[in-house]
Design a protein around this ligand. Sequence first.
Ligand code: NAD
Length: 389
Amino acid sequence: MINGINPLGHSLRWGMVGGGETSQIGYIHRSAAQRDSAFTLLAGAFDVNAERGLAFGTALGVQPERCYPDYESLFAAEAAREDGIQAVSVATPNNTHFAICRAALQAGLHVICEKPLCFTTQEADELERLSAEKNKIIGVTYGYAGYQLIHQAREMIAAGELGDIRIINMQFAHGFHSEAVELKNPSTRWRVDPRFVGPSYVLGDLATHPLFIAETMVPGLQVKRLMCARQSFIESRAPLEDNAYVLMEFRNGAVGSMWASAVNAGAMHSQKIRITGSRASLEWWDEQPNQLRYEVQGEPVRILERGMGYLNARALEEDRISGGHAEGLFEAWSNLYRRFALAIDATDRGDTAFLSDFWYPDVHAGLAGVRWVENCVRSADAGAVWVEC
Ligand code: NAD
């Protein structure tokens, strides 16, 4: 059980690029990083507009001289200080991730980056290589993967409770962009512009989340080949898709599907992962994240509840308030940031034994997502054909 004690016994000096006052995701980064006191926010280039960034940073309590106009001056000035930051989070639009992550690693910082990590496998390979060379981690904020019941599913699957894994159905299909909301909303505008998001919209923005959850539940899951069809129901979004279907075959013999959509009118997130084995199935839905459906063939459905003593001990390690009370996305992200802190600390101490059995969304997870999106686009643009992965 987590009770707020800093798991490191010391706090990592931490900065942010992006996540400014008007950003969608900045606050949950700060809230999660600081929840267990393992990170202290000391510096940042919070906004593409330097003035706004300074005003916002100082309002957060950051010293004005440590609110920088851009990431280059942030990394240079902090590297020159004895008490400079040790880690940085990157919460900017997708087209900037690669350059900022590369510069951060080169400046000797651990990095926590938003998804998708970058646009191409070549870029992801370079970040993976640089992360190893500099001995610094890259954590990727696949935030939903911090939910306790995802880890309950992982333990049950590892223990063989589902039997052989046969089918993995995934979806993240919201309805928030059923109309051309980008005409009014700047946070949506860049999401449908290839200059900012590269080759895809919903595949990269949405589908990489349930894909990573499935990979977490079924470790070692690898796509062997896939077939993708994508559509732009709001025509001005073409060639970027606002809806996509993907069929997959996995190396372990299982098959699966993904539905990613921003035009599922009326739906909230509709992010669901269903894993079907030869004996039983598990289903998790991010709108009811405190429940996991466990369906054994021929038996009544069981709803497993977060925080209950019958769950696996490894899943319960990250419980924060015990059963009954609801936990949510802020707690899931806090669990992830706690893990990023532990991974950073173990890397700095050279504790390879600890890291060998320690789960967190790392650079390899980031790379897997980028490769998957690239293959989906390759398939779709060739007329929805099967492509080897
Ligand atoms: P946003 O447009 O709402 O905010 C972007 C922020 O970055 C703004 O504060 C902007 O001023 C700042 N910014 C832009 N360019 C910058 C630069 N070069 N230097 C410094 N600051 C800069 O975007 P958002 O919705 O918060 O998304 C940001 C990232 O987070 C994206 O990569 C997105 O895919 C990701 N995201 C992830 C999740 C998740 O669940 N993990 C959810 C939402 C968004």
